[in-house]
Write a protein that binds this ligand. Structure first.
Ligand SMILES: [Zn+2]
Length: 198
């Protein structure tokens, strides 16, 4: 395999990048100064080696705990549960949510073999329980409004019931089948403001 084939194959594995785009990117890089490719390669290695899940909320971070968990101005009584760490920037961009997060690491998908043990549900229950009275007041479930996201929300509600914490679900402002990641700020703010108790 040639170096060109190698890179095209690797790039084609990325989401939304087909073989044609991969070829275009590869030839683009070949026309750039070698330093450009070196910086890209170094950024990829650093990303893979340094970024890891936050020990508290599973958001991605280069430290033991992420910037949100260590921010003393955040409301520690509120936890917003999202499927992926990539959902967090969408909510953060609105500047309206001041609580903490919990990244599930996906959603329940029995057909794809994703069960509760593959998600961070147990860690969430532990987090809520460890807070005790005066700790976590409310868990806002912000899983995507698709079938699997809804099933996951119901499962979380069941698991959190013994803790006595209030559990709410984002309002139906979000487009059905739409990903939180791509929702606009106004829609997210409305969905949080109009959240309903589960
Ligand atoms: Zn965190």
């Amino acid at each position: 395999m040639s170096a060109i084939d190698d890179l095209v194959t690797e790039l084609s594995r990325l989401p939304t990048i087909g073989r044609k785009s991969a070829l275009r990117l590869t030839y683009h890089l070949l026309r750039q100064p070698v330093e450009q490719s070196r910086r890209l390669a170094q950024a990829l290695v650093t990303l893979a080696e340094k970024v890891r899940p936050c020990s508290e909320c599973f958001n991605l971070t280069e430290a033991e705990r992420c910037a949100i968990c260590t921010d003393p101005r955040r409301d520690r009584g509120l936890i917003c549960v999202v499927e992926e760490a990539s959902d967090i920037p969408s909510i953060e961009r609105t500047g309206e949510y001041r609580g903490l997060y919990h990244v599930l690491g996906g959603r329940l998908a029995p057909l794809d073999g994703v069960g509760p043990a593959d998600l961070t549900v147990a860690a969430l229950v532990t987090r809520v329980t460890a807070g005790g009275p005066g700790g976590v007041r409310e868990v806002i479930v912000a899983t995507n409004p698709k079938l699997e996201g809804e099933a996951t929300a119901l499962y979380l509600q069941e698991q959190l019931k013994p803790t006595g914490v209030a559990v709410s679900r984002l309002a139906r402002g979000l487009p059905i089948g739409g990903d939180l990641e791509y929702a606009d700020g106004v829609t997210i703010v409305q969905a949080i403001a109009a959240r309903r108790a589960m």
